[in-house]
Design a protein around this ligand. Sequence first.
Ligand code: ADP
Ligand code: MG
Length: 327
Amino acid sequence: MNEFGLINKIRLKTFPHINHRLQSGIGDDCAVITDGNKYQLVTTDAVYENTHFTRRYTPPFELGAKAAAVNISDICAMGGRPLYAFVTVGFPKNENQKYVEKIYAGLFAWFNAYGVDIAGGDTIKADRLFLSVTLLGEVEKNRIMLRKTAKAGDVIFVTGKLGASHAGLKTLMGKNKKRLSKDENSAVKKHLMPVPKFIAGRLLGESGLVSACIDISDGLMSDLLHICEESKCGAKIWEAHVPIADEARYVAQKKKEKALDYALYGGEDYELLFTVSPLKAAKFYDFAAGNGLSCKAIGKLTANRGVFRVNASGEKEERFKKTWKHF
Ligand code: ADP
Ligand code: MG
């Protein structure tokens, strides 16, 4: 079974929407519901022991923090602010209560920092530990950023630097973890406790200059494909322009791997990937500089539907084999 094949089948059955206030359901970082001069945003994400995390690599506080962060990140990708969370937790009968309390400490730490109330949830018995978070938020109508509104010719940007989270995962999976270097420690921290790009998302939405936006959860190339599919276009990524995190360079070199691959396919950096019309690019550069927004142009959307990597020796079409598959 293929995750996106299944979601597409479900999605086809959701048209037309029964409730006319549902602006957009399946297919973006959040569902979008009209509410006066605002949109309500809703997103949900679940993690399951030994599928998405293992107790060996993920301490409980970090597990809670990350579950909060990935949902907050989806609201940030729409330009919104997160507000209310519902948390469902499942664990085996003999689970240690302290362990679950530590997960909640992580959830509360992140939710408090972003102004989110835990407003409810459910607790159930399960074979293995799992955590499901549903997050509600809102965004002013004129600030929303969707995946489906980009156009061929738009410039592709990314905030921050990529690949550190994957470097962290590689470090956690490595043998010698007693004496980690500064870069390795930083990579592990970025993997276990990603920071959602709230201020960047709010600024991008406020600018009114962004044509589409998504957060990088699966990996730059994979998430770019989502923008391409929703906006019915293709893309070219200029390899030399992709911002690579120092942690990715350090760990990749140590493991004799390519740091660029960490940045393109690693995922879980939770940076924002967005597009700007070439007609608005000059204005956007001024806006970004004026607001201290760190971002970089890394490519262009094209009318041709393929996604290509471009370097000095030519261009190569992406086959999408290297991305994360659940099934
Ligand atoms: P993200 O990585 O941004 O969290 P996902 O890849 O998990 O997004 O999901 C993509 C879209 O598919 C979202 O709109 C999500 O709500 C929807 N979706 C995922 N799984 C299901 C499902 N089982 N039923 C209905 N919608 C789903
Ligand atoms: Mg997302």
